[in-house]
Write a protein that binds this ligand. Structure first.
Ligand code: FPP
Length: 253
């Protein structure tokens, strides 16, 4: 699939098609990362339990994954559960884990169909053995796929990732004066992953919340007022279109 195929499938003249037409297919971000925020507020606005916001967020996840894969975005990372999220009520944590398992089971065929490679970033070993197995099975089943790489950040913390990299470097016995940025990069959870070009945060909040701290050094940040359960493909098209209008200088003039 490519941008032109995506446009061909949209209703001609629709707002979505108009947005998609403004995207330059040759300058897509190599990596889009999304901080999925606002599920709780979405539920509160409807007098529903918070978990219903997460449940509705699954539709947005599905749409973000399929649309990114169809557009030809090489890597998509979704921030599903931070190390800090363990502080939430136990019932909400269990509901999130259950949703994740259900999502993996119901979407594996879609990942296979689109040739999507699934990866987890985060401290996987602190998750329950059942979840770990399910995640590893999905990673194994999609390991040879050459389409989009879809990462879920789970039990993830940007500082924890840097700490884990430092621990691995120390354990490898390399002397301090030999440690460079490349050394740190090569000990991250997915060393070969390109840095996010575009980080989207939904729900109007303007924080990084410990997300990919090493990797976002030069990412473009796009803050959307939309609550995550309302995030649809037109919002993604609009984010990519806005990203392509940014002037990126990477510290130069
Ligand atoms: C933040 O909204 C959202 C989360 C902590 C979880 C996101 C999880 C999902 C969308 C569902 C499961 C994900 C996958 C990939 C299957 P919030 O609860 O902090 O919202 P609030 O700020 O409005 O309270």
């Amino acid at each position: 699939m490519s941008l032109s195929d995506v446009i061909a499938r949209l209703p001609p003249g629709s707002p979505e098609a108009l947005l998609a037409r403004q995207i330059d297919g040759d300058r897509l971000p190599a990596h889009v990362a999304i901080i999925m925020d606002g599920n709780g507020r979405w539920a509160a606005q409807r007098h529903l339990p918070r978990v219903e916001g997460h449940r509705s967020g699954i539709t947005s996840v599905r749409e973000a994954v399929e649309t990114s894969a169809r557009l030809g975005i090489p890597v998509l990372t979704l921030y599903a559960f931070s190390i800090e999220n363990w502080k939430r009520p136990r019932t909400e944590v269990s509901a999130l884990m259950a949703l994740l398992r259900r999502y993996l089971r119901s979407e594996l065929h879609m990942l296979m169909e689109h040739g999507i490679r699934f990866r987890v970033v985060g401290r996987k070993d602190a998750l329950s053995p059942e979840i770990q197995k399910e995640l590893s099975d999905a990673e194994r089943a999609t390991a040879a796929h050459t389409g989009m790489q879809f990462n879920i950040a789970l039990n993830y913390g940007g500082r924890a990732e840097i700490v884990d990299a430092v621990r691995a470097i120390v354990a490898s016995g390399v002397s301090a004066d030999k440690v460079t940025e490349k050394t740190v990069q090569s000990h991250l959870y997915i060393p070969e992953m390109p840095d996010p070009d575009l980080v989207i945060r939904t729900s109007g909040e303007a924080r990084l919340s410990n997300f990919l701290l090493w990797e976002v050094a030069y990412s473009e940040l796009l803050l959307s007022d939309v609550l995550f359960p309302d995030f649809r493909r037109d919002h993604l098209f609009d984010a990519v279109r806005q990203y392509q209008r940014r002037d990126r200088r990477f510290g130069a003039v």
